[in-house]
Design a protein around this ligand. Structure first.
Ligand code: SAM
Length: 331
């Protein structure tokens, strides 16, 4: 099978992320400015499905639903069912994943798994109830999210990944607690380096807790052994020396992986973004509203992919902030 979506740097695009809303029920301090409302419109679910179908016809094999908080969106289970009916160019079913804050996952994990969801990634930036509330600015979320993670495991959405963004001086005291959590709960913990994509523009290189530092500090708890990783994998993966507990680190700031990027994103209001740090979007929704055919959409997508940015410029002089922040893009 030849992947039809290949950009001018030779990267095959196989991973589509669709944001189904930019509303969120959390107000994480490093993401939101204190509100949790929407800034952009939502499309009907049928439109996201049409977009997904056209992308799958171009070689996409993995669809990740995100937001905002995707579980807030009515019809999300039915959307997963419809995605489950799609077939990739080589005919196997799509890999369908979700990134969620887990607040509503305890009730929804089984229906989502029954509908065809393959995997769940849950964001959780502390394994302590008080610190969790301080970060999310919502009381009593921790127990719900923990219940959501466990429900996802029971529903077979494994290995459940737990994403954690560390901020120096804020929650980096959680590093070894997350090590214990990975071992005890059987989840793969993924630390993500903080990127300049927040509403409040508080990012500075000093706040970022880098891959090297995380590995060093985790080793004080118990040494880690690196798992061999394929070139296209974004996370560096490790297990503890006794083989129990997986830790991954996604290090876009200190170890950029743009050269292997296989992602493309569609925002809740139907704009294509070819990079988290794009300063320009491609208005697919506008094209659809004008009555475009699927063939027109294919041409438009090919054109967008052809303009995918070579890499991000975090930390470089003249860095241009992305035209949207993370919650309004879809992480
Ligand atoms: N609401 C869902 C959730 O919490 O997973 C999906 C959207 S959220 C924006 C997706 C992921 O982006 C979360 O894991 C969050 O921690 C991460 N994130 C948000 N802002 C970030 C930033 N500036 N740098 C790195 N990751 C960020």
């Amino acid at each position: 099978m030849s992947v039809l979506l290949t950009d001018k740097f030779g990267r095959s695009i196989s991973d589509l992320r669709i944001s189904v809303t930019d509303r969120c029920n959390y107000k994480c301090v490093y993401c939101r400015s204190g509100n949790n409302g929407a800034q952009f419109a939502e499309m009907p679910i049928a439109d996201y499905l049409r977009i997904a179908r056209v992308f799958v016809g171009l070689g996409i094999t993995k669809v990740r639903l995100t937001g905002g908080e995707p579980l807030l969106r009515k019809g999300i289970v039915e959307m997963v069912s419809e995605l489950g009916r799609m077939r990739t160019l080589e005919s196997p079913a799509l890999d369908i994943a979700i990134t969620t804050n887990g607040h509503l996952l305890a009730e929804m994990a089984q229906p989502l798994a029954d509908a065809g969801l393959t995997r769940a990634t849950v964001s959780m930036d502390a394994v302590d109830a008080d610190e969790f509330a301080r970060i999310t600015r919502v009381p009593n979320g921790y127990d719900r999210v923990l219940a959501g993670i466990r429900a996802a495991q029971r529903a077979g959405l494994s290995p459940v990944k737990v994403n954690c963004v560390l901020l120096r001086g804020f929650n980096d005291d959680q590093i070894t607690a997350f090590g214990r959590f990975a071992r005890e709960e059987g989840v793969a913990v993924r630390f993500i380096e903080f990127m300049p994509l927040e509403e409040d523009r508080v990012w500075s290189p000093e706040i970022v807790v880098t891959l090297d530092e995380i590995v060093r500090r985790m080793a004080e708890f118990m040494p880690l052994r690196e798992i061999e990783h394929t070139r296209s994998e974004t996370a560096r993966r490790y297990v503890f020396e006794d083989g129990v507990g997986e830790i991954g680190i996604i290090a876009p700031v200190s170890h950029p992986f743009c050269g292997h990027c296989s992602r493309i994103r569609v925002t809740s209001d139907g704009k294509i973004r070819t990079c988290l740090f794009s300063v320009r979007e491609h208005d697919l929704a506008g094209l659809m509203l004008s009555g475009a055919s699927d063939e027109d959409m294919v041409d438009f997508i090919l054109h967008a992919v052809d303009h995918k940015e070579e890499r991000h410029h975090i930390g470089e002089p003249g860095f241009m902030p992305a035209s949207r922040t993370m919650v309004h893009i879809g992480g």
